[in-house]
Design a protein around this ligand. Structure first.
Ligand code: PMP
Length: 355
């Protein structure tokens, strides 16, 4: 029987062999040993380098998985249009996939997202439609607008990353098996924040099954997300309040992707932005890696989980994307001051805030 990794490669995800085009280069990312933090905590902390995907983020896997699933179901034909609501990274992944496959790409996104992501989407040929950032319950929310637009078009799909479980499945058949093979199955914990929940649900399900339940799967939340309180209270959904500078993560509801796994989550906690920003600068200084804020949050969470699981434990998290698409914010003193976060950067690391 083919291993899951080989099955994945047959579906167009990357292997170590040479690859064809953008789609063949998605996946098979390195697992980086975070040496400084591992030594400091007496544990083994790894980050899966998803920023090395060809479109620059973990969402390339979901984008490719969602489009391939629609093709397999005959929902889109050559020359068709892919429509999605996204904070940006899924849109960037989709825009690449669409270019490679010859589809048109229409992206609805909340107008709170970084200019870099909008610029990149336009450079990739996507038709970008920024809309006011309103809650999911509001019919003008970017997701509903994407759905409505796709429904009115011939030969078009709304990929629906939040509630289409082809998203989590892309991680179940690629990210999960890769992490298992890269750690030779020796991992005590996996933790990450969620937006759609695709990464956590897909990776979590695979690792839990493969380890016979031994690997604990935890969820990390930014402020303003309701998932920590949902998990900790045994399933009570509270109203969303508060906010975070992290883009692409945090959620006010249980998406269908997350619903496939939420009952198997061992625990959850919230990471304040002050800790994420300090970690972002520290990782640049000590490990030489230049990450977005959700990755930094994930690493803070991995350190905390390693402390919970005890000395010598092995914990893996996701390095979702690089800082390039946020640098006008995360490396701008003025922007950080406007968010009351400049003081979160340790004094000896302030030299990196150069914009
Ligand atoms: N980090 C970033 C930067 C993202 O854009 C996203 C996706 N919106 C995530 C993390 C979360 O991934 P998922 O949707 O699989 O939960």
């Amino acid at each position: 029987m083919l291993s899951a990794l080989r099955q994945a490669s047959r579906r167009g995800f990357a292997t170590n062999a040479s690859v064809q085009g953008f789609n063949g280069a998605v996946g098979n990312t390195p697992l980086i040993y975070l040496k400084g933090l591992s030594e400091k905590t007496g544990s083994h902390i790894y980050g899966k380098a998803e920023f090395q995907n060809p479109g620059g983020s973990v969402k390339d896997r979901a984008a490719l998985g969602l489009v391939r699933d629609a093709e397999e179901q005959g929902l889109i034909k050559p020359g068709g249009t892919v429509v999605e609501g996204t904070a940006g990274n899924t849109g960037i992944g989709l825009a690449h996939v669409c270019r490679a496959k010859g589809y048109k790409c229409v992206i609805y996104m909340p107008d709170t997202q970084s200019q870099e992501k909008i610029d990149l989407l336009r450079m990739l040929g996507a038709d970008v439609r920024p809309v006011p950032a309103v809650a999911f319950e509001n019919p003008k929310n970017y997701n509903h607008q994407a759905k409505e637009y796709a429904e009115g078009l011939e030969n078009a799909i709304w990929t629906n990353q939040f509630d289409n479980t082809a998203n989590a499945n892309a991680h179940y058949v690629t990210t999960g098996p890769e992490i298992w093979e890269q750690t030779q199955g020796r991992l005590d914990g996996f933790i990450c924040a969620t937006g759609t929940g695709g990464t956590l649900a897909g990776v979590g399900k695979y690792l839990k099954e493969k380890s016979g339940g031994k690997t604990q799967i935890w969820l990390a939340d930014p402020p303003g997300s309701v998932l920590t309180s949902y998990v900790s209270s045994g399933g009570k959904l509270v109203e969303r309040s508060g906010s975070s500078i992290t883009e692409g993560i945090g959620q006010g509801r249980i998406t269908d992707n997350l619903a496939t796994f939420i009952n198997d989550i061992s625990g959850a906690f919230t990471v304040p932005d002050t800790k994420s920003i300090a970690m972002l600068y520290d990782l640049l200084d000590t490990e030489g890696i230049y990450l977005g804020a959700s990755s930094a949050l994930n690493v803070v969470a991995a350190v905390e989980l390693a402390q919970i699981l005890g000395k010598g434990s092995t914990v893996v998290t996701i390095l979702c994307d690089g800082a390039y698409r946020y640098q006008s914010r995360l490396f701008s003193k003025k922007w950080l001051q406007s968010k009351n976060l400049e003081e979160a950067i340790p004094p000896h690391l302030k030299k990196y805030a150069t914009l």
